[in-house]
Design a binder for this molecule. Sequence first.
Ligand code: FAD
Length: 480
Amino acid sequence: MNKVNVVWFRQDLRLSDHKALYYALKDAEQSGAKVIGLFHIHPSLNDEFTIRHDYFFRSLEDLVHQAADYQFPVHFITGKAEEAFQQLLDQDFTVQSVFYNKDEVGFGRERDQSVNKWLEAQDIQVESFVDAHIHGAEEVHKKDGGHYKVFTPYYRMWSSLDKPAVFSVDKKKLSELGADFTDQFQEGEEAFRDLLSKCTKEWKHIGERSAIQRLAHFLHNKVHQYEENRDFPAKNATSMVSPYLKNGVLSPRTVYHKAMEVKKENGGESKGLETYISEIAWRDFYNMIHYMYPNSKHEEVSEQYQGIDWNQDEDYFEKWKEGQTGYPIVDAAMRQLNTIGWMHNRLRMVVASFLTKDYLVDWRKGEQYFEERLIDYDASSNIGGWQWAASTGTDAVPYFRVFNPTRQSERFDPEGEFIKSYLPQLKDVPKKYIHEPSKMSAEEQEQYNCKIGEDYPEPSVDHKTMRKRAIEVFEKQKDS
Ligand code: FAD
C-alpha cells in the first residue's frame, strides 16, 4: 500500500514559506512516501457562517485551485475531529505522518492536543510547527524566563533574536510527490462545495498571489511614509495584509524578509519600515499574551478590573453596532466594518474606546461583535486590542486617558474625507461642522442638506459627562 504524508491545512492557506508542507515534502523524498493536502471541515460550520467564513472559504478555494495546478490535490474530511480523521485510516493508503502548523491559543490549541493524542494512539507520527508568527509564544521571554507584559521591552528582546528564514517550498517536488485520491474523499468534496455555495461576496483580491502583490505594492510605494500617514484612514497608508496574515495566505516570515530587502535597497534606513516591523511584532506580542492568559477572551487580564459595573443598556450597543451614535467618526468607522469586514487601526481604537468608555458597555460585547464582522478576526490581536482600549489588559491605555472622539476626528480625518465616504448624508457638510454636525443651525442644516435628528442623529451622549462617569466607575472598581 502507498505510504502517505498528510499536510493538514488550517489557517495557513498558502503553498509558499509553509513549514509543515516544507517538512512533509522533505520527509517524503527521503522515505519514499507520497504527499497529500487535507482540510478538516468542522461541524460547527453548519451553525454559523459569517463574512469571515465567506472570506476564509474563498481563500481556501484559491489554495485548492493553486495546488491543483501543481497536481497536488487538497482533500476534505468532515465530522467531529476523531471521526473525521478516522476517514483517513479507512482509505487504501497508509498514513505515515501528519504534518501541521500548530495553533498556540484558543480552540485550535485544544483541538490540536486532542487530535495529536488520537493520531499517536493510531501509530501515526505527528509533526507540528510554530509557523503563524515570526516568534512563537514561548520564544520571546525575559532573561529569567518570565513573560513580558509591556510591549516596549518585549519588542527590544524580539528585535534582538535571530529571525527564522523563509521555508521555500519547491513546487517541482510538489508535483512529483503529490498524490490524488479524490475518489476516496467524495463526501468531503461535497461538503466543501456546500460551503462554497454559502459564499455570497465578491472578493477582488483573494489568495496568495494577491497577498504577495499587495505586500509588494505597499513596500515599494508606501512603507517609507507609513510612520507619518498610518493614522489617517482616508490616506490608505497601511498595508492591509491583515486578512492574509490571519488566514495564513501570507507568511509573517515572508513579510519580514521582503521588508528587510526593501530596507537594504533603501540603504538600511527607514523610519517607516522600522515602525511597520514593530507592528508585525505586536501580532506576536498579543499571541504570547493570549497564550499566557488563555482565559482572556472572557476575563480581564488585570485582576483589579474584573467585575466592573458595565452598562447593560442594549440600546447603546445597538446604536454603536449600527453606526448611529451621533459621532461621525465612530459611525463612519462602524459602517466601514459592516460594509467591508475590515476597519482601519486608528478607528478600531476610537470605536473600542467609545463603546467601553463613552457608553461603558462591556468590552466582551465589542470583541464578540468584531469576531462576527472582521475578515481579519484574530482572537489574540482582537482581545489584546479590546483589553487595551478598555484599560483592562497587561499593556493598556490608563483608564483616565479617555479618547475624545471629536478630537480624534479633527486630528485624523481633518477634512472629513473618510467620514463622508461612509456617511453620504454628510457629504455637503463643510469642514467646520463635519466632526460635530449637530452644531449646525437650522438654516445651515437646510443649506447643507442634512437635518439633525432626521438625516443624521444628535450625539447620543455627552462625551465630557460620560468620560467623567467612566473614570469614576474605574476608580471605584480599583478601590473595591
Ligand atoms: P498595518 O498597519 O499595515 O500593519 C501590518 C500588520 O501588523 C497587520 O496586518 C497586523 O498583522 C499587524 N498589526 C498592526 N497593528 C497591530 C496591533 N495593534 N495588534 C496586533 N497586530 C497588529 N488585528 C488583527 O489582525 N485582527 C483583529 O481581530 C484585530 N482586532 C483589533 C481590535 C482592536 C480593538 C484594535 C485596537 C486593534 C485590532 N487589530 C486586529 C490590530 C490592527 O488594528 C490591525 O491589525 C490592522 O488595522 C490591520 O490593518 P493593516 O494590515 O493595514 O495593518
